[in-house]
Design a protein around this ligand. Structure first.
Ligand SMILES: C[S@@+](CC[C@H](N)C(=O)[O-])C[C@H]1O[C@@H](n2cnc3c(N)ncnc32)[C@H](O)[C@@H]1O
Length: 287
């Protein structure tokens, strides 16, 4: 690697070279590389948690590959490796178990290629394949408990035990009780569902001890009488139920890309979008 010198005088028996960085000599590569971690204000920062600096991948790419060689990263995250490979004229393969990571990578590469080609080519020369079992039909045909567990995990909530399910609470987001509707998209939430959830909330420790009465209901659709029931509970019993409507967005649609692009800004809300770990449920009581 290059070892830069502050001047070129006083050295004998070593070849001194020069580039845009100044005078340098060629030295054996050290086994510790000093590459600063990414900061939020750098142009390459997309906000992906654990994103690595391009300089690191670039160094490896130059060391280990030549133009037209193929670089593969099977845990590509925010797509640093393919982005560098693309820029350096290497072929690349990128995979990730997270569909969101794949979508973010595809978006990063699309924008990079568009910048390179000035949008002359309408589509960058790569294909994206989504392998997995989250097809719409499988989701709506799933048994209720599987569907609920899937939705709760995606929402970053902890799935509750069967006993709690029977008592009318399906999970907890932090300490807030969560209820999830049926898998079928035609089954809208009714006033009876809302009232039953409010009753279940009244039996929780946080209601009994701290008088906390809020809850979250996630479902494909809410009937008008459900909304009226929630209004009544808010007015008469100070019980605050938040309705969150589930939405089906095709992963290869412009809408999904917009969503991902909005995430790759300073205000990226990855906390709610990428769930790597489940938060623990903590409930404290006293006797
Ligand atoms: C440290 S991040 C990679 C960050 C990436 N180098 C960047 O600069 O953005 C690790 C990635 O590995 C993915 N991952 C973890 N286990 C995996 C597996 N078994 N198969 C594929 N991807 C996996 C995670 O989803 C995560 O996106």
């Amino acid at each position: 690697e290059k070892s830069y010198l502050s001047h070129k005088y006083g050295f004998s028996n070593i070849e001194i070279k020069k580039d845009e960085g100044g005078y340098y000599t060629e030295v054996g590569m050290r086994d510790v590389w000093d590459i600063p971690a990414l900061r939020g204000n750098q142009p390459e920062t997309i906000g992906y948690p654990t994103q690595k600096p391009e300089a690191l991948v670039e160094k490896l790419a130059h060391l280990l590959t030549g133009v037209d060689d193929t670089i593969a990263d099977f845990c590509c995250g925010g797509g640093t490796t393919p982005a560098v490979a693309q820029r350096l004229g290497r072929r690349w393969i990128a995979c990730d178990q997270s569909r969101v990571a794949v979508a973010i990578t595809a978006d990063r590469l699309t924008r990079q290629v568009e910048e390179q080609t000035g949008k002359i080519l309408p589509v960058p020369d790569f294909t994206v394949e989504h392998w997995g079992i989250y097809e719409v039909r499988r989701l709506s045909d799933a048994p209720s408990d599987q569907f609920r567990a899937f939705v709760l995990r995606a929402f970053g909530a902890v799935v509750e035990s069967v006993e709690e399910h029977e008592a009318g609470i399906h999970g907890y987001k932090g300490a807030i009780p969560v209820w999830v509707g049926e898998p079928g998209q035609t089954k809208a939430v009714t006033a009876t569902d809302v009232q039953a959830f409010a009753n279940a909330i009244r039996k929780t420790l946080r209601y009994k001890q701290d008088n906390l009465r809020d809850g979250i209901m996630l479902a494909w659709a809410f009937r008008r009488d459900a909304m009226e029931a929630a209004d009544r509970l808010r007015r008469l019993e100070q019980t605050d139920l938040n309705f969150i409507r589930l939405d089906m967005i095709r992963i290869d649609s412009p809408r999904f890309r917009e969503h991902v692009t909005a995430l790759t800004t300073d205000h990226a809300d990855y906390e709610n979008f990428l769930t790597f770990v489940q938060p623990p449920k903590v409930e404290a009581g006293y006797k």
